[in-house]
Ligand binder design. Structure first.
Ligand SMILES: [Cu+2]
Length: 537
Protein backbone atom coordinates (compact mmCIF):
# COMPACT_ATOMS: atom_id res chain seq x y z
CA UNK A 1 0.00 0.00 0.00
CA UNK A 2 1.27 3.47 -0.75
CA UNK A 3 -0.25 6.63 0.64
CA UNK A 4 0.20 10.25 -0.39
CA UNK A 5 1.91 12.13 2.41
CA UNK A 6 0.65 15.37 3.91
CA UNK A 7 -2.94 15.37 2.69
CA UNK A 8 -4.70 14.98 6.06
CA UNK A 9 -4.74 17.94 8.45
CA UNK A 10 -3.29 17.14 11.86
CA UNK A 11 -6.13 16.33 14.27
CA UNK A 12 -5.88 17.71 17.81
CA UNK A 13 -7.12 15.26 20.46
CA UNK A 14 -10.13 16.66 22.31
CA UNK A 15 -9.77 17.64 25.97
CA UNK A 16 -11.97 15.35 28.07
CA UNK A 17 -14.68 16.91 30.19
CA UNK A 18 -15.03 15.54 33.71
CA UNK A 19 -18.27 13.80 34.61
CA UNK A 20 -18.46 15.48 38.01
CA UNK A 21 -16.57 18.24 39.79
CA UNK A 22 -16.61 17.78 43.56
CA UNK A 23 -15.16 20.08 46.15
CA UNK A 24 -12.16 17.88 46.79
CA UNK A 25 -11.85 15.85 43.59
CA UNK A 26 -12.68 15.81 39.89
CA UNK A 27 -14.29 12.66 38.55
CA UNK A 28 -13.87 11.28 35.03
CA UNK A 29 -15.26 8.20 33.37
CA UNK A 30 -13.42 6.78 30.39
CA UNK A 31 -14.66 3.80 28.37
CA UNK A 32 -12.54 1.66 26.08
CA UNK A 33 -14.44 0.73 22.94
CA UNK A 34 -13.89 -0.92 19.60
CA UNK A 35 -14.64 1.38 16.68
CA UNK A 36 -13.51 2.30 13.17
CA UNK A 37 -10.96 5.05 12.58
CA UNK A 38 -9.68 6.58 9.36
CA UNK A 39 -5.90 6.82 9.42
CA UNK A 40 -5.59 8.46 6.01
CA UNK A 41 -7.81 10.03 3.37
CA UNK A 42 -6.90 7.33 0.82
CA UNK A 43 -7.61 4.46 3.21
CA UNK A 44 -10.80 2.71 4.24
CA UNK A 45 -11.58 2.86 7.93
CA UNK A 46 -9.67 0.60 10.30
CA UNK A 47 -10.89 -1.35 13.31
CA UNK A 48 -9.15 0.01 16.42
CA UNK A 49 -9.60 0.17 20.17
CA UNK A 50 -9.60 3.53 21.88
CA UNK A 51 -10.56 5.47 24.97
CA UNK A 52 -13.86 7.31 24.46
CA UNK A 53 -13.92 6.16 20.83
CA UNK A 54 -10.95 8.37 20.03
CA UNK A 55 -7.51 7.56 18.68
CA UNK A 56 -5.40 8.69 20.37
CA UNK A 57 -7.58 9.01 23.45
CA UNK A 58 -8.84 12.38 24.68
CA UNK A 59 -6.36 14.57 26.53
CA UNK A 60 -6.95 14.86 30.26
CA UNK A 61 -5.91 18.29 31.57
CA UNK A 62 -5.51 18.87 35.28
CA UNK A 63 -3.98 21.37 37.66
CA UNK A 64 -1.09 20.54 39.97
CA UNK A 65 -2.55 19.35 43.27
CA UNK A 66 -6.01 18.74 41.81
CA UNK A 67 -7.19 15.36 43.00
CA UNK A 68 -8.52 13.40 40.04
CA UNK A 69 -10.48 10.15 40.12
CA UNK A 70 -10.88 8.15 36.92
CA UNK A 71 -13.03 5.10 36.35
CA UNK A 72 -11.38 3.40 33.40
CA UNK A 73 -14.02 1.08 31.98
CA UNK A 74 -13.41 -1.82 29.65
CA UNK A 75 -16.20 -1.91 27.07
CA UNK A 76 -14.26 -4.04 24.59
CA UNK A 77 -15.32 -7.27 22.84
CA UNK A 78 -14.35 -10.67 24.25
CA UNK A 79 -12.04 -11.52 21.34
CA UNK A 80 -8.77 -9.76 20.59
CA UNK A 81 -8.26 -8.76 16.97
CA UNK A 82 -4.47 -8.94 17.17
CA UNK A 83 -2.46 -12.19 17.55
CA UNK A 84 -1.99 -13.26 21.17
CA UNK A 85 1.03 -15.39 22.02
CA UNK A 86 -0.35 -17.69 24.72
CA UNK A 87 3.13 -18.87 25.78
CA UNK A 88 3.85 -15.54 27.52
CA UNK A 89 3.38 -15.21 31.25
CA UNK A 90 -0.11 -13.98 32.10
CA UNK A 91 -1.49 -14.58 28.58
CA UNK A 92 -2.13 -18.33 28.75
CA UNK A 93 -4.97 -20.11 26.94
CA UNK A 94 -7.07 -20.18 30.12
CA UNK A 95 -6.90 -16.39 30.55
CA UNK A 96 -9.55 -14.05 29.18
CA UNK A 97 -8.27 -12.76 25.82
CA UNK A 98 -9.20 -9.13 26.30
CA UNK A 99 -7.82 -7.82 29.55
CA UNK A 100 -7.02 -4.17 30.24
CA UNK A 101 -5.49 -2.05 32.99
CA UNK A 102 -4.50 1.61 32.69
CA UNK A 103 -1.14 3.01 33.73
CA UNK A 104 -0.61 6.75 33.91
CA UNK A 105 3.00 6.92 32.77
CA UNK A 106 5.17 9.22 34.88
CA UNK A 107 2.58 9.78 37.60
CA UNK A 108 3.34 9.59 41.30
CA UNK A 109 0.42 7.52 42.57
CA UNK A 110 -0.42 4.85 45.14
CA UNK A 111 0.26 1.31 43.97
CA UNK A 112 -3.43 0.41 43.69
CA UNK A 113 -3.91 3.23 41.15
CA UNK A 114 -0.73 2.55 39.20
CA UNK A 115 -2.10 -0.09 36.87
CA UNK A 116 -0.07 -3.10 37.96
CA UNK A 117 0.06 -5.51 34.97
CA UNK A 118 -1.79 -8.18 36.95
CA UNK A 119 -4.47 -5.74 38.14
CA UNK A 120 -6.26 -6.22 34.81
CA UNK A 121 -10.00 -6.61 34.30
CA UNK A 122 -12.36 -7.58 31.51
CA UNK A 123 -15.47 -5.91 30.08
CA UNK A 124 -17.65 -4.61 32.91
CA UNK A 125 -15.11 -5.77 35.55
CA UNK A 126 -16.59 -9.27 35.16
CA UNK A 127 -13.23 -10.96 35.63
CA UNK A 128 -10.24 -9.46 37.41
CA UNK A 129 -6.56 -10.31 37.63
CA UNK A 130 -4.89 -11.44 40.88
CA UNK A 131 -3.70 -7.92 41.79
CA UNK A 132 -6.92 -6.06 40.96
CA UNK A 133 -7.93 -3.79 43.87
CA UNK A 134 -10.27 -1.02 42.75
CA UNK A 135 -12.39 0.23 39.86
CA UNK A 136 -11.65 3.94 40.34
CA UNK A 137 -8.06 5.15 40.15
CA UNK A 138 -6.89 8.16 42.16
CA UNK A 139 -4.35 10.65 40.83
CA UNK A 140 -3.25 13.30 43.37
CA UNK A 141 -1.20 15.21 40.75
CA UNK A 142 1.19 16.33 43.47
CA UNK A 143 4.05 16.72 41.06
CA UNK A 144 5.56 19.22 38.71
CA UNK A 145 3.49 20.20 35.69
CA UNK A 146 4.31 18.12 32.64
CA UNK A 147 2.86 15.90 29.94
CA UNK A 148 2.19 12.35 31.13
CA UNK A 149 0.43 9.72 29.07
CA UNK A 150 -2.01 6.96 29.88
CA UNK A 151 -1.89 3.62 28.16
CA UNK A 152 -2.74 0.00 28.65
CA UNK A 153 -0.42 -2.21 30.73
CA UNK A 154 -2.11 -5.64 30.89
CA UNK A 155 0.39 -8.44 31.47
CA UNK A 156 1.44 -10.34 28.33
CA UNK A 157 -0.60 -8.24 25.86
CA UNK A 158 0.45 -4.62 26.51
CA UNK A 159 2.09 -4.43 23.05
CA UNK A 160 -1.17 -5.49 21.37
CA UNK A 161 -3.48 -3.28 23.41
CA UNK A 162 -1.37 -0.15 22.85
CA UNK A 163 -0.94 -0.99 19.14
CA UNK A 164 -4.74 -1.38 18.90
CA UNK A 165 -5.01 2.23 20.07
CA UNK A 166 -5.18 2.37 23.86
CA UNK A 167 -3.10 5.49 24.56
CA UNK A 168 -3.71 9.17 25.33
CA UNK A 169 -2.12 12.30 26.78
CA UNK A 170 -2.50 13.69 30.32
CA UNK A 171 -1.24 17.21 31.01
CA UNK A 172 -0.59 18.72 34.44
CA UNK A 173 -0.45 22.51 34.59
CA UNK A 174 0.14 25.15 37.26
CA UNK A 175 0.05 28.90 37.69
CA UNK A 176 3.81 29.31 37.75
CA UNK A 177 4.07 27.75 34.32
CA UNK A 178 1.21 29.87 32.96
CA UNK A 179 3.08 32.99 34.09
CA UNK A 180 6.05 32.04 31.89
CA UNK A 181 4.00 33.14 28.87
CA UNK A 182 4.95 30.19 26.69
CA UNK A 183 2.96 29.67 23.48
CA UNK A 184 -0.48 28.56 24.66
CA UNK A 185 -4.02 27.83 23.56
CA UNK A 186 -4.16 26.96 19.87
CA UNK A 187 -0.41 27.51 19.69
CA UNK A 188 0.33 24.64 22.09
CA UNK A 189 -0.12 21.39 20.21
CA UNK A 190 0.33 17.75 21.22
CA UNK A 191 2.11 15.49 18.72
CA UNK A 192 1.59 11.81 19.57
CA UNK A 193 3.77 9.79 17.21
CA UNK A 194 3.02 6.12 16.49
CA UNK A 195 4.07 3.90 13.62
CA UNK A 196 1.61 1.39 12.18
CA UNK A 197 1.35 -1.15 9.37
CA UNK A 198 -1.82 -2.03 7.49
CA UNK A 199 -3.13 -4.95 5.48
CA UNK A 200 -4.46 -4.29 1.96
CA UNK A 201 -8.01 -4.03 3.30
CA UNK A 202 -6.94 -1.26 5.68
CA UNK A 203 -6.97 -3.39 8.83
CA UNK A 204 -4.11 -3.03 11.29
CA UNK A 205 -1.24 -5.39 10.61
CA UNK A 206 0.64 -6.82 13.58
CA UNK A 207 2.94 -9.74 12.75
CA UNK A 208 1.75 -13.18 13.92
CA UNK A 209 5.33 -14.41 14.08
CA UNK A 210 8.89 -13.73 12.96
CA UNK A 211 10.00 -13.87 9.32
CA UNK A 212 11.06 -17.42 8.46
CA UNK A 213 9.61 -19.13 11.55
CA UNK A 214 11.01 -22.53 12.52
CA UNK A 215 8.49 -25.40 12.70
CA UNK A 216 8.58 -25.70 16.49
CA UNK A 217 7.70 -22.04 17.06
CA UNK A 218 4.36 -21.28 18.71
CA UNK A 219 1.80 -19.60 16.45
CA UNK A 220 1.23 -16.74 17.12
CA UNK A 221 4.70 -15.98 18.44
CA UNK A 222 6.01 -12.71 19.87
CA UNK A 223 8.80 -11.02 17.90
CA UNK A 224 11.68 -8.96 19.34
CA UNK A 225 10.06 -5.69 18.24
CA UNK A 226 7.43 -4.33 15.85
CA UNK A 227 7.98 -1.22 13.75
CA UNK A 228 5.33 0.01 11.33
CA UNK A 229 5.66 1.16 7.72
CA UNK A 230 3.63 4.33 8.22
CA UNK A 231 4.15 7.14 10.70
CA UNK A 232 1.02 8.53 12.33
CA UNK A 233 0.73 11.71 14.34
CA UNK A 234 -2.39 12.13 16.47
CA UNK A 235 -3.91 9.20 14.58
CA UNK A 236 -3.26 10.34 10.98
CA UNK A 237 -0.59 9.02 8.61
CA UNK A 238 1.82 11.86 7.70
CA UNK A 239 -0.48 14.75 8.48
CA UNK A 240 0.19 18.42 7.81
CA UNK A 241 -0.32 21.37 10.14
CA UNK A 242 -0.77 24.96 9.03
CA UNK A 243 1.37 27.12 11.27
CA UNK A 244 1.38 30.88 11.55
CA UNK A 245 4.60 32.91 11.41
CA UNK A 246 5.09 32.74 15.17
CA UNK A 247 6.22 30.46 18.00
CA UNK A 248 4.51 27.15 18.75
CA UNK A 249 4.87 24.83 21.72
CA UNK A 250 4.72 21.12 20.84
CA UNK A 251 4.16 18.42 23.46
CA UNK A 252 5.73 15.46 21.67
CA UNK A 253 5.18 11.87 22.82
CA UNK A 254 6.65 8.80 21.18
CA UNK A 255 3.87 6.25 21.78
CA UNK A 256 5.32 3.69 19.33
CA UNK A 257 5.95 0.08 20.31
CA UNK A 258 9.58 -0.14 19.24
CA UNK A 259 10.54 2.72 16.94
CA UNK A 260 12.81 5.58 18.05
CA UNK A 261 12.74 8.81 16.06
CA UNK A 262 15.69 11.12 15.44
CA UNK A 263 13.87 14.23 14.35
CA UNK A 264 15.16 17.10 12.24
CA UNK A 265 13.48 19.81 10.22
CA UNK A 266 14.33 19.53 6.53
CA UNK A 267 14.51 23.25 5.80
CA UNK A 268 15.08 25.59 8.67
CA UNK A 269 17.68 27.73 10.28
CA UNK A 270 20.17 26.19 12.65
CA UNK A 271 18.97 24.72 15.93
CA UNK A 272 15.25 25.01 15.23
CA UNK A 273 14.21 22.91 18.22
CA UNK A 274 14.12 24.80 21.49
CA UNK A 275 13.56 22.10 24.07
CA UNK A 276 12.07 23.46 27.28
CA UNK A 277 10.95 20.28 29.03
CA UNK A 278 11.46 16.54 29.36
CA UNK A 279 9.42 13.66 30.86
CA UNK A 280 9.07 15.20 34.32
CA UNK A 281 8.53 18.88 33.45
CA UNK A 282 10.42 22.00 32.48
CA UNK A 283 14.19 22.05 32.19
CA UNK A 284 16.13 24.76 34.05
CA UNK A 285 16.75 26.62 30.80
CA UNK A 286 15.91 26.14 27.13
CA UNK A 287 18.22 23.97 25.05
CA UNK A 288 18.72 24.79 21.35
CA UNK A 289 19.05 21.70 19.18
CA UNK A 290 19.47 20.68 15.53
CA UNK A 291 17.97 17.26 16.15
CA UNK A 292 16.20 15.37 18.93
CA UNK A 293 16.08 11.63 19.48
CA UNK A 294 12.96 10.41 21.21
CA UNK A 295 12.65 6.83 22.51
CA UNK A 296 9.37 5.00 23.05
CA UNK A 297 7.46 6.67 25.91
CA UNK A 298 9.71 9.71 26.24
CA UNK A 299 8.09 13.13 26.06
CA UNK A 300 9.70 16.34 24.91
CA UNK A 301 8.35 19.82 25.32
CA UNK A 302 9.69 21.91 22.50
CA UNK A 303 9.21 25.35 20.95
CA UNK A 304 9.64 25.92 17.22
CA UNK A 305 9.71 29.50 15.99
CA UNK A 306 8.23 29.90 12.50
CA UNK A 307 8.39 33.71 12.59
CA UNK A 308 11.04 34.01 9.88
CA UNK A 309 9.78 31.20 7.66
CA UNK A 310 8.39 32.37 4.30
CA UNK A 311 4.65 32.17 3.77
CA UNK A 312 3.61 29.02 1.88
CA UNK A 313 6.86 27.28 2.73
CA UNK A 314 6.75 23.62 3.68
CA UNK A 315 8.83 22.23 6.53
CA UNK A 316 8.98 18.50 7.15
CA UNK A 317 9.93 16.74 10.37
CA UNK A 318 12.23 13.98 9.17
CA UNK A 319 13.41 10.86 10.97
CA UNK A 320 16.71 9.06 10.42
CA UNK A 321 16.75 6.68 13.41
CA UNK A 322 17.47 3.05 12.61
CA UNK A 323 15.23 0.28 13.92
CA UNK A 324 16.18 -1.47 16.16
CA UNK A 325 17.89 1.62 17.49
CA UNK A 326 20.56 2.38 16.52
CA UNK A 327 21.97 -0.49 14.50
CA UNK A 328 19.05 -1.87 12.45
CA UNK A 329 17.37 -0.81 9.24
CA UNK A 330 17.55 2.89 8.34
CA UNK A 331 14.18 4.44 7.57
CA UNK A 332 13.09 4.91 3.94
CA UNK A 333 13.39 8.66 3.22
CA UNK A 334 10.05 8.55 1.33
CA UNK A 335 8.07 6.79 4.09
CA UNK A 336 9.30 6.10 7.63
CA UNK A 337 11.91 8.84 7.20
CA UNK A 338 9.14 11.46 7.37
CA UNK A 339 6.84 12.28 10.27
CA UNK A 340 4.71 15.29 9.34
CA UNK A 341 4.66 18.61 7.50
CA UNK A 342 4.29 22.22 8.64
CA UNK A 343 2.83 24.73 6.15
CA UNK A 344 3.55 28.32 7.00
CA UNK A 345 0.75 30.87 6.75
CA UNK A 346 0.47 34.53 7.75
CA UNK A 347 0.00 35.35 11.41
CA UNK A 348 -3.49 36.30 12.44
CA UNK A 349 -2.38 38.17 15.54
CA UNK A 350 0.83 39.37 17.21
CA UNK A 351 2.84 36.74 19.07
CA UNK A 352 3.10 37.76 22.72
CA UNK A 353 4.73 34.49 23.82
CA UNK A 354 8.31 34.36 25.00
CA UNK A 355 11.11 31.86 25.43
CA UNK A 356 12.27 32.55 28.97
CA UNK A 357 16.00 32.29 29.60
CA UNK A 358 15.28 30.59 32.92
CA UNK A 359 12.42 28.14 33.31
CA UNK A 360 12.72 26.99 36.92
CA UNK A 361 15.14 25.59 39.45
CA UNK A 362 15.83 21.86 39.48
CA UNK A 363 17.26 20.66 42.75
CA UNK A 364 19.90 18.11 41.95
CA UNK A 365 20.29 14.97 44.04
CA UNK A 366 23.82 14.55 45.38
CA UNK A 367 25.53 11.20 45.03
CA UNK A 368 26.50 11.31 48.70
CA UNK A 369 22.78 11.35 49.61
CA UNK A 370 22.29 7.87 48.16
CA UNK A 371 21.97 5.05 50.66
CA UNK A 372 22.24 2.27 48.14
CA UNK A 373 23.63 1.51 44.68
CA UNK A 374 21.91 -1.19 42.64
CA UNK A 375 23.12 -2.79 39.42
CA UNK A 376 20.57 -3.69 36.76
CA UNK A 377 21.84 -5.58 33.73
CA UNK A 378 19.99 -5.66 30.41
CA UNK A 379 20.17 -9.24 29.22
CA UNK A 380 19.12 -11.19 26.19
CA UNK A 381 18.76 -14.95 26.23
CA UNK A 382 16.99 -17.69 24.24
CA UNK A 383 13.84 -19.46 25.36
CA UNK A 384 12.95 -23.12 24.81
CA UNK A 385 11.77 -22.34 21.28
CA UNK A 386 15.05 -20.61 20.44
CA UNK A 387 13.41 -17.16 20.48
CA UNK A 388 15.06 -14.06 21.86
CA UNK A 389 13.95 -13.27 25.38
CA UNK A 390 14.94 -10.02 27.08
CA UNK A 391 15.51 -9.86 30.83
CA UNK A 392 16.53 -7.43 33.57
CA UNK A 393 19.38 -8.73 35.74
CA UNK A 394 18.61 -12.15 34.26
CA UNK A 395 15.23 -12.20 36.00
CA UNK A 396 11.75 -12.17 34.52
CA UNK A 397 8.53 -10.60 35.71
CA UNK A 398 7.46 -13.46 37.99
CA UNK A 399 10.81 -13.92 39.72
CA UNK A 400 11.07 -12.79 43.32
CA UNK A 401 11.56 -9.12 44.11
CA UNK A 402 15.21 -8.06 44.34
CA UNK A 403 14.73 -4.27 44.48
CA UNK A 404 13.06 -3.12 47.68
CA UNK A 405 14.06 0.50 48.36
CA UNK A 406 13.11 2.03 51.70
CA UNK A 407 10.53 4.81 51.61
CA UNK A 408 12.14 8.22 51.02
CA UNK A 409 15.59 6.76 50.53
CA UNK A 410 17.71 8.01 47.67
CA UNK A 411 19.27 5.31 45.52
CA UNK A 412 21.57 5.13 42.52
CA UNK A 413 20.70 2.55 39.87
CA UNK A 414 23.39 1.58 37.42
CA UNK A 415 21.78 0.31 34.21
CA UNK A 416 24.41 -1.90 32.60
CA UNK A 417 23.81 -2.38 28.89
CA UNK A 418 26.19 -5.03 27.57
CA UNK A 419 24.09 -5.62 24.43
CA UNK A 420 23.81 -3.80 21.11
CA UNK A 421 20.44 -2.00 21.27
CA UNK A 422 19.38 1.11 23.14
CA UNK A 423 16.66 0.17 25.65
CA UNK A 424 14.35 2.87 27.04
CA UNK A 425 14.13 1.94 30.72
CA UNK A 426 11.13 3.26 32.64
CA UNK A 427 10.68 3.23 36.42
CA UNK A 428 7.18 3.66 37.81
CA UNK A 429 6.24 5.92 40.78
CA UNK A 430 9.19 8.32 40.64
CA UNK A 431 10.98 10.81 38.43
CA UNK A 432 14.74 10.38 38.39
CA UNK A 433 17.82 12.32 37.32
CA UNK A 434 20.53 10.98 35.02
CA UNK A 435 23.96 11.22 36.67
CA UNK A 436 26.10 10.08 33.73
CA UNK A 437 26.91 7.29 31.29
CA UNK A 438 30.22 5.50 31.80
CA UNK A 439 31.75 3.42 28.99
CA UNK A 440 32.73 -0.11 30.01
CA UNK A 441 34.19 -3.26 28.50
CA UNK A 442 31.06 -5.26 27.69
CA UNK A 443 32.97 -8.35 26.50
CA UNK A 444 34.92 -8.66 29.71
CA UNK A 445 31.72 -7.98 31.70
CA UNK A 446 29.92 -10.79 29.86
CA UNK A 447 32.85 -13.13 30.49
CA UNK A 448 33.67 -12.30 34.10
CA UNK A 449 30.76 -10.30 35.51
CA UNK A 450 33.26 -7.63 36.55
CA UNK A 451 32.72 -4.01 35.50
CA UNK A 452 35.80 -2.50 33.91
CA UNK A 453 35.31 1.10 32.91
CA UNK A 454 37.09 2.17 29.74
CA UNK A 455 36.64 5.92 29.81
CA UNK A 456 35.50 8.97 31.68
CA UNK A 457 31.82 9.35 32.68
CA UNK A 458 29.84 11.26 30.07
CA UNK A 459 27.43 13.79 31.52
CA UNK A 460 23.86 13.64 30.22
CA UNK A 461 23.09 15.91 27.28
CA UNK A 462 21.75 19.35 28.22
CA UNK A 463 18.18 18.28 27.36
CA UNK A 464 18.48 15.23 29.67
CA UNK A 465 19.38 17.27 32.75
CA UNK A 466 15.81 17.64 33.98
CA UNK A 467 13.40 15.14 35.49
CA UNK A 468 13.03 11.88 33.62
CA UNK A 469 10.99 8.71 33.99
CA UNK A 470 12.36 6.92 30.92
CA UNK A 471 16.05 6.83 30.02
CA UNK A 472 17.84 5.73 26.90
CA UNK A 473 20.22 3.07 28.27
CA UNK A 474 23.00 3.11 25.69
CA UNK A 475 24.89 -0.09 24.76
CA UNK A 476 28.45 -0.25 26.07
CA UNK A 477 27.62 2.21 28.83
CA UNK A 478 26.59 2.06 32.45
CA UNK A 479 23.78 4.62 32.69
CA UNK A 480 23.59 5.92 36.26
CA UNK A 481 20.29 7.22 37.64
CA UNK A 482 19.58 8.80 41.00
CA UNK A 483 16.14 8.96 42.59
CA UNK A 484 14.17 9.17 45.81
CA UNK A 485 11.62 6.40 46.35
CA UNK A 486 8.32 7.78 47.59
CA UNK A 487 5.93 9.17 48.57
CA UNK A 488 4.15 5.79 48.69
CA UNK A 489 5.10 2.30 49.75
CA UNK A 490 4.04 -0.78 47.86
CA UNK A 491 4.62 -2.74 44.71
CA UNK A 492 5.44 -1.11 41.38
CA UNK A 493 7.38 -2.12 38.30
CA UNK A 494 10.25 -1.01 36.14
CA UNK A 495 10.71 -2.18 32.59
CA UNK A 496 11.95 -1.59 29.08
CA UNK A 497 9.44 0.52 27.15
CA UNK A 498 9.96 -1.31 23.87
CA UNK A 499 6.60 -3.02 24.30
CA UNK A 500 7.70 -6.35 22.79
CA UNK A 501 10.57 -6.39 25.32
CA UNK A 502 8.31 -5.43 28.19
CA UNK A 503 5.88 -8.24 27.38
CA UNK A 504 8.72 -10.80 27.10
CA UNK A 505 10.13 -10.41 29.70
CA UNK A 506 12.00 -7.22 30.38
CA UNK A 507 9.84 -6.12 33.29
CA UNK A 508 10.39 -6.50 37.01
CA UNK A 509 8.46 -5.67 40.14
CA UNK A 510 10.01 -3.57 42.90
CA UNK A 511 8.62 -2.81 46.31
CA UNK A 512 9.03 0.39 48.30
CA UNK A 513 9.10 -0.69 51.95
CA UNK A 514 8.49 1.35 55.11
CA UNK A 515 11.57 2.39 57.07
CA UNK A 516 12.68 0.16 59.89
CA UNK A 517 12.71 1.54 63.42
CA UNK A 518 15.82 3.62 64.04
CA UNK A 519 16.11 2.40 67.65
CA UNK A 520 16.30 -1.32 67.04
CA UNK A 521 16.75 -2.15 63.39
CA UNK A 522 16.03 -5.84 63.87
CA UNK A 523 13.59 -5.94 66.79
CA UNK A 524 10.59 -4.16 68.27
CA UNK A 525 10.77 -0.45 68.83
CA UNK A 526 10.92 0.43 72.57
CA UNK A 527 8.69 3.44 72.00
CA UNK A 528 5.89 2.14 69.82
CA UNK A 529 6.58 -1.63 69.97
CA UNK A 530 6.12 -1.86 66.25
CA UNK A 531 8.79 -3.77 64.43
CA UNK A 532 8.81 -3.20 60.69
CA UNK A 533 6.26 -0.44 60.32
CA UNK A 534 7.67 1.76 63.07
CA UNK A 535 6.45 5.34 62.77
CA UNK A 536 7.71 6.60 66.15
CA UNK A 537 9.74 9.33 64.48
CU1 LIG B 1 14.30 -3.25 25.61
Amino acid sequence: MSLTPFIDPLPIPKVLNPKERHKCFTYYEVTMKEFFHQFHLEMPTTKVWGYEQQLPGPTIEVDEGECVHVKWMNGLPDKHFLPIDHTLHGAGEHMPEVRTVVHLHGAEVEPDSDGYPEAWYTNGFQQCGPCFKQEVYKYPNDQRPTALWYHDHAVGITRLNVYAGLAGLYIIRNEQERLLNLPAGKYEIPLIIQDRSFNQDGSLFYPRTVNNPTPNLPDPSITPGVAGDFITVNGKVWPYLEVEQRKYRFRILNASNERFYRMKLDVCKEQPFIQIGSDGGLLEKPVFLDEITIAPSERIDVIIDFTDQPIDSSIIITNDARTPFDFGTPPDPQTTGRIMEFRVIKSTEPDPSVIPQFLGKIKKFQECEATRIRDITLDVTRDRYGRLKFLLSNHGFIDRITENPILNDIEIWRIINQGIAVHPIHIHLIQFQILDRIPFDADSFNATGQLRFTGEPELPAANERGWKDTVQATPGFVTRLIMRFGPYTGRYIYHCHILEHEDYDMMRPFEVVPPKCKYTPSGNCPKCSESFRCICE
